[in-house]
Design a protein around this ligand. Structure first.
Ligand SMILES: [Zn+2]
Ligand SMILES: [Zn+2]
Length: 358
């Protein structure tokens, strides 16, 4: 969201237009990216602040609503992201006038963005069950989902194949309708996509019979879901554009909720896999070697050192959950099982241990 434009320019809230202009010149020179100690980010902020505060209407909206768009919505906050990658280099002479034009164009280019995407396909959700191993290593799955999909007979136009296209009467073929709205802040002129022709400017004289002119209809769609390695139980993935299709607008998104079955040995703890390893008292005292089966199905020999304690942890590096930061570990928690009953002979031997002070 926009930060305080007054603070950015270093002026008071009641600054005059002249003061704002002077402050902008000073700051723009200071932060210009062509300068040795210029600051690209600050330079953009300064320009944004100037754009708003130098325009009476934008400034009053900003003062009142915290957004230069007024109560209709905050387009500016989102637009600042659009500055990325803008190249200021190469300009030898620094001309304020040109700069103003550049930014003016950029802002007007963003108008109508909010109304353009008003028509959008529905987002849908599906669930899939994964084995523990699939969740750790990733998997690709084909699923069939019923959803509104672009009609493959008319290719989404809604018109009968080969039918004549007539100019839309609602918008006179413009595809857009201009609307003037009056509000307390004056009249706003907004452009809306024509709802009759959905922005095409023309309508078919005969409708497609498969989709009844809708351009879409509900059918089973086969999709390939690529589940990345290391996904957690209950996590959701978003597949942009894989939701329901709609005529004259972008498709919705598909959300895939992942259910991971539990493993009979391993549990997941972040990037690590943990497991309890019960061992006999004598193995704890004398040490042993244990054949650990990794999730890949390989066997690794793990040395349990003599005198290991109950609840002590042993780490097998790099055999846990893969991730971009590298692979986690397997952590073995030693559970020393006490014999529940001792034979007479055992008892005698333990007595001997006791005599030795153990
Ligand atoms: Zn159709
Ligand atoms: Zn129209």
């Amino acid at each position: 969201m926009p930060k305080n434009h007054y603070e950015t320019l270093g002026v008071e809230k009641n600054a005059t237009k002249d003061e704002i202009k002077k402050a902008f010149h000073k700051m723009a020179h200071k932060y210009h990216p062509d300068k040795n100690n210029g600051d690209d980010k600050k330079f953009k902020e300064v320009n944004e602040a100037h754009q708003v505060l130098s325009d009476d209407k934008k400034r009053s909206n900003y003062d009142q609503f915290g957004s230069s768009d007024g109560p209709m919505g905050g387009g500016y906050g989102g637009q600042s992201g659009g500055f990325g990658g803008f190249d200021f280099s190469g300009g030898q002479g620094f001309d304020m006038g040109d700069l103003g034009d550049i930014f003016g164009d950029m802002f007007s280019g963003g108008q109508g963005r909010s109304s353009r995407n008003s028509r959008r396909g529905r987002d849908i959700q599906t669930q899939i069950d994964l084995s523990f191993e699939e969740s750790i290593f990733g998997v690709s799955r084909k699923v069939s989902i019923p959803k509104q999909s672009t009609c493959d007979i008319c290719k989404g136009t809604g018109g009968k194949v080969g039918t004549k296209m007539n100019t839309c009467k609602t918008c006179n073929g413009n595809g857009q309708i201009r609307e003037v709205r009056n509000s307390i802040l004056g009249s706003f002129s907004t452009t809306k996509t024509c709802s009759t022709c959905l922005g095409n400017g023309s309508v078919p004289s005969e409708k497609c019979s498969t989709c009844r002119g809708e351009g879409v209809y509900k059918k089973q769609k086969e999709l390939e879901l690529n589940i990345p390695a290391g996904i957690n139980n209950g996590e959701s993935l978003r597949m942009t554009g894989a939701g329901e299709d709609i005529q004259g607008g972008p498709s919705g998104d598909l959300y895939i909720k992942v259910n991971v079955k539990s493993h009979n040995i391993y549990k997941r703890d972040g990037l690590n896999l943990t497991m309890d390893l019960p061992i006999k008292l004598t193995d704890a005292l004398l040490g042993m070697s244990y054949n650990l089966k990794t999730l890949e199905g390989n066997t690794i020999e793990v040395k349990i050192p003599e005198g290991i304690n109950h609840n002590e942890l042993l780490r097998v590096r790099g055999k846990g959950v893969p991730s971009s930061r590298g692979r986690g570990d397997i952590i073995l928690k030693i559970i020393v099982k006490m014999p529940s009953k001792l034979s007479r002979k055992s008892k005698e031997m333990v007595e001997k241990l006791k005599e030795e002070g153990l």
